[in-house]
Design a protein around this ligand. Structure first.
Ligand SMILES: [Zn+2]
Length: 172
C-alpha cells in the first residue's frame, strides 16, 4: 500500500494541468500578489523565529513581500556537506520562488550559536565574537559563488543575528 501518488493514475501531465486549472480559479486579489520582493532563508531555531519575522517585516520592510524557507543553518544549508538534502531543498526553493513570485533578491539570515554550524564544524566551530562572524562569512562566500556557478542572477543579502535578535549585515 505504499504506491506513490504518481504511480496510481495521476500522471505528471494531469497533475500539472489540474494545478494550472486551480491557479486560474484563484480570486483576482490572490493572483495579483504574484510578484514579490524577496525569498528569505532563515534557520529553524525556535529561539529566533519571532525575531527573524520581525527583522524581515519591520527592519527590512518586507512585510507580505517575502517567501520564506527555514532550513537548519540558513546559508549553511545551501552548501553544507553535512546536510545534502537541505541543499537540494534550498536550490529547489530558490527556483520555485523565482518561478512563482518573480523574486528580486534573496535575503539570508544566519544566527549566532547555531546548532547546524556546530554539526558541520564540530570542534572547529567558532562560538563567539569575530571568529564566529568570519565562519559565517566564509560560508556566505561559498553560497554567493554557488549562485554564480548556477547562473542564478539575483542580488544576495547576508545577515547574522545575535541571540538578542539584533542582526548585522555581513558583506561578502
Ligand atoms: Zn541555527
Amino acid at each position: 500500500m505504499s504506491a506513490s501518488v504518481f504511480s496510481t493514475g495521476i500522471t505528471r501531465r494531469s497533475f500539472a494541468a489540474s494545478t494550472i486549472a486551480g491557479l486560474a480559479a484563484l480570486p483576482l486579489r490572490a493572483r495579483a500578489a504574484a510578484n514579490i520582493e524577496a525569498l528569505a532563508v532563515t534557520c529553524i531555531d525556535y529561539r529566533l523565529v519571532d525575531d527573524a519575522i520581525r527583522f524581515l517585516d519591520d527592519e527590512r520592510h518586507l512585510r507580505k513581500e517575502f517567501d520564506l524557507v527555514a532550513l537548519a543553518g540558513a546559508s549553511l544549508a545551501a552548501v553544507a556537506p553535512a546536510f545534502p538534502a537541505s541543499g537540494a531543498a534550498f536550490w529547489d526553493h530558490v527556483a520555485i520562488a523565482k518561478q512563482l513570485h518573480n523574486i528580486q533578491r534573496v535575503v539570508l539570515l544566519d544566527h549566532r550559536d547555531c546548532g547546524a554550524y556546530k554539526v558541520q564544524f564540530g570542534s572547529r566551530f567558532a562560538d563567539d565574537g569575530s571568529a564566529e562572524l568570519e565562519q559565517h562569512r566564509g560560508i556566505m562566500r561559498l553560497v554567493a559563488a554557488e549562485f554564480e556557478r548556477r547562473k542564478i542572477d539575483l542580488p544576495l543579502e547576508f545577515y547574522l543575528m545575535a541571540l538578542d535578535g539584533k542582526a548585522e549585515p555581513v558583506p561578502v
